[in-house]
Design a protein around this ligand. Sequence first.
Ligand SMILES: Nc1ncnc2c1ncn2[C@@H]1O[C@H](COP(=O)(O)OP(=O)(O)O)[C@@H](O)[C@H]1O
Ligand SMILES: [Mg+2]
Length: 285
Amino acid sequence: MSDAPPRSAARSEGALGPASRLPSRSSGEPFRGTLPPEEAPRVLDVKGVSKRFGSKVVLDDVTFYVPVGEFLCLCGPNGAGKSTLLKAILGLLTPDAGAILVDGETVEKGRSKIGYVPQRKAFDRDFPATPLEVIVANVRGRWPLRISKDERELAMGVLEKTGASALANAQMRDLSGGETQRVFLARALATKPSLLILDEPTAGVDVGGRAAIIDLMAEISASDVIAAILVTHNLQAIARCAERVVYLERTVRAWGLWSELSSDRELSAIQIGAGDHRTLAMDGD
Ligand SMILES: Nc1ncnc2c1ncn2[C@@H]1O[C@H](COP(=O)(O)OP(=O)(O)O)[C@@H](O)[C@H]1O
Ligand SMILES: [Mg+2]
């Protein structure tokens, strides 16, 4: 695309070197970079998933997979179908066509292997609850009237991991955006998931809180045990955490290593988020 915004020097120097080394392809064709080995065990398999709302096709033949332990960033403009796809993976809506396997099982059976960090706006901030209760409730599947010693230890362990143990007995409604997300990350980790799903965890979080969340996600990315799907427009989060990237716009328009997507001439013209790259890098959503 000739009207692409100018790229910064950093962006044009991908890990694979100059963009000209990548194979050229005609416009509009989906990009396939280096994909995970076919034979590697998969924690998620999305096969030909389609979904429409009324006459509007929101997901069209979406196919990709996530091997055990991989950290995948799911990018795409607003309205691209990202949250709809996550809902299908979580079993909150049924696709019109296609199949989804979680850890080799149907969504109903595999759902317990998923830890979910919802978009921040999804939480009812008026509900009186402490981080400890929120975490134990998620492990138990119902609200805890009393918390046992084992449950407390489990909850404190995950809060420690996300740097939020000092908040254990605070009121959720008093927490900052970054603190809330660290509690939700601890809550998701408490069920020992094989797949973590994070829907824009840095959106609406202040700069300091955002850096702490990106550090935590980078740690998770380094682990071989937990796989993750991170929906984000934050270029720093992608650069630090992503092993691979799926660029969704109703269908999978690009799938490969971040170094491949960020150094490709044509893909560099794709807006990873919902606006200008430089604005996004600063806004961080
Ligand atoms: N329950 C719904 N009913 C009707 N349209 C919906 C529904 N959920 C999402 N959509 C539409 O589907 C499209 C994709 O939405 P969404 O998956 O939220 O995109 P993203 O998360 O990538 O911003 C949007 O046009 C949205 O308005
Ligand atoms: Mg969304």
